[in-house]
Design a protein around this ligand. Sequence first.
Ligand code: UDP
Length: 208
Amino acid sequence: MALIGIYGAGGCGRGVMPLARQAYGHNHKLLFVDDQLSGESINGHQTLSFDEFAALEDDDKAISLAIANGKIREKLDKKSGDAGIAFTDIHAAQMVHMDAADVGVGSIFSPFTTLTSNIRIGRHFHCNLYSYVEHDCIIGDFVTFAPAVRCNGNVRIGDRAYIGSNAVIKQGVIVGEDAVIGMGAVVTKDVGRGQTVVGNPARPLDPK
Ligand code: UDP
């Protein structure tokens, strides 16, 4: 039977597993993959370490990187790729995908998320509950949207950026690589690489 591993049995992975069950449960065996929790049964699913999962003899095996930290996803993307393991997308049935969007491998879209049109997104994007990506956005690799992110049109977001819950990003803004947008921030200006911004209007947390 085809196998899908949900990598990470923390808060993120336990939220992703029911979406995997909804999308693939009828014809796949679903497991957690977690290097700290192997051997446990979590929410009814067997949990293996990565090495145990990689060693399973099954031609039809894929993994989803269900860990919110984009830097960790980048590391696990390489580790899984080096082990020859394919990636699967996990898209909630209640996701709304309106028109052309080019989305990289391993994306996770929670329920009530929306993509409008003419969007480009990199590898292993996480789009949490009630978040949207509007027209003409360009989003890098390993980017994470916490719940209810409002990403308006023509926004650009660099690799590994983390956008906190309920943040609003104004049309046309550029968010640099590894930037962190705090919960509820209203982002009206560009955010530099590695910068953390908070508040309304969003300002650097630790100006240098
Ligand atoms: N984890 C892992 N291998 C790694 C990094 C993380 O198995 O190289 C697991 C870690 O053991 C933990 C989970 O990923 O159980 C992450 O859970 P956490 O609650 O820290 O983060 P979240 O689920 O919110 O992303």
